[in-house]
Design a protein around this ligand. Sequence first.
Ligand code: KG4
Ligand code: ZN
Length: 340
Amino acid sequence: MTILAIETSCDDSACAIVRDGRTVLANVVSSQIELHNITGGVVPEVAAREHLVNILPTLDRAFEESGCSWDNIDAIAVTSGPGLISSLIIGTETAGFLAYLKGKILIPVNHIVGHLYSAWLGHEEEIAFPILTLTVSGGHNDLILSRGHGQYEILGQSLDDAAGEAFDKVARMLGLGYPGGPAISKIALNGDPEVFQFPRAYMGKSNLNFSFSGLKTAVKTAIQTSGPLHDQIKANIAAGFQKAVVEVLSDKVMRALSKYPEIREVHLVGGVSANLALREAIKFKVGENITFRVPLDFGFCTDNAAMIGAAAYHLYSQDPSLYEGISNIVPNANDWQIAK
Ligand code: KG4
Ligand code: ZN
């Protein structure tokens, strides 16, 4: 089954063509990063207007790259939420109209569920349930237990800022660009993580939720009280901040593993999964007996449409009757219900 997938939940217009949920024939992302760099973050209306301009050219590039024509496409998948409502609408309207025009099946996909399947892309071998997935992005931060396709349980979530959001805000405080994650991890390489001791919010022994707002405030205080911000101080702050985030995230993964010993694989996905320090920490703590996977390509970590196509395939295959007669999709900005 070949699926054309569209993702516009935030600031990237993305189109992909994916075969049988695993083989990526094209994965095109039209980035708006340069535009949002000017404002140091995403302005929703600006993002939506850019989606309007970019979505059809992005779609054309996906067809070109894959060598597919409309005859090869069996279904159209699209992100229905959560995300910025004005951005989501551009994707769902485009997908709905194309499905109507071309007579294709329409499959709505939850953005977080999409991220879960980013770790499946490109793999041919069997992937074993139950799977524990840590999704770490700019807009969301979750610990999810998957017992099968369509059977997802949120074990923990961020109570305030998501990890990527904390990276972005700290980067802004340090005068680094947007997105903050890559900039922080780069300068952290030259820093001493022990100079600044930042707080770790564990919120009790068995709690699986996350909170990064206290850490963010501690970084702000450190910046205000440590004198002129020369490069070495910036690097030390970045290293101390990154270490605190990595420790909390990896420790919460271990807590979930001890609570659910039946888990067979641990997946790390989302924009922050590009962070090498985080990858290493989780891989090391998880050990040899559990399979640890990250997306095979850095382009599958950040928002992309290939993951939406992969999720759509697996959900559709579970029960095709659920998707009969869907002719349009109303996006839901706050759709954290990931059960379907
Ligand atoms: O998944 P994503 O593209 O968008 C959302 O759904 O939010 O994630 C973007 C986030 C940004 O906050 C960015 O700073 C972060 O991923 N990020 C990183 C790294 N690369 C991207 N954070 C830490 N280290 C990185 N290397
Ligand atoms: Zn995302």
